[in-house]
Design a protein. Structure first.
Length: 216
């Protein structure tokens, strides 16, 4: 099915640069997000809150596509990625993780998945996939706690060796931490958001709080 370009945010209207939106005729919109460009990588680093996130951001990355549902506009959607902990972490996992077999929780059961393909980082968010992390369901992901083993897709590249001490015989200890912010809360304080995002338009205001995609 062909993709039809949809109007994208104009220059200077989005925190992320070089974004593009495509739309399946009569269907969903997909946001192409180039997370590895110098400007976008610097933006992600500015929004990171610990060394673990910064280490992941500095990993090699790929351009990703994210489904936009409902009537949310581009500015609101980008603002959600910036402000909401689960969204931000999911973007890191999808753009820097390795391909895996669809997890039995969200990837295999969601009719309209947020991402194209199941990706995970075994040492980040407990190895939960991006789809589950986006939904703040990382603790339920069937990949959680697994090291690099048969749950990953060897045809998609990456290191297939299992360097863990458990020999790949089962899930290892999980380092998953549920995102600290509830789905409706901001990832950062107003001060940090204002300081870090100076010069960017991300939509919404204190007087008119935005609603960012509430669908799971």
């Amino acid at each position: 099915m062909s993709l039809v370009p949809a109007p994208a945010a104009g220059h200077g209207t989005s925190a992320f640069g070089n974004i593009r939106v495509t739309q399946v005729p009569g269907g969903d919109r997909w946001l192409l997000l180039p997370t590895g460009t110098q400007g976008n990588r610097q933006l992600l680093l500015a929004l990171s809150i610990n060394d673990e996130e910064r280490n992941v951001i500095n990993m090699p990355s790929r351009d990703i596509q994210v489904r936009i549902t409902g009537n949310v506009n581009i500015q609101q959607f980008i603002a959600g990625i910036i402000r909401r902990q689960g969204y931000f972490l999911a973007i890191l996992v999808q753009s820097r993780g390795r391909a895996a077999i669809a997890c039995g929780n969200k990837c295999a059961t969601t009719a309209n998945p947020r991402f194209q393909g199941c990706f995970r980082i075994p040492t980040f968010q407990g190895g939960a996939c991006a789809e589950c992390v986006w939904q703040s369901h990382g603790a339920r992901c069937t990949h959680r706690g697994r090291n690099v083993d048969s749950s990953d897709d060897p045809d998609e590249g990456g290191d297939d060796s299992d360097s863990s001490d458990n020999g790949g015989g089962g899930p290892g200890p999980s380092n998953y931490r549920k995102p600290r912010a509830d789905p409706g809360e901001e990832r950062t304080s107003g001060y940090k958001t204002a300081r870090t995002m100076k010069g960017y338009h991300i939509g919404g205001s204190a007087a008119q709080p935005m609603v960012v995609d509430e669908q799971e």
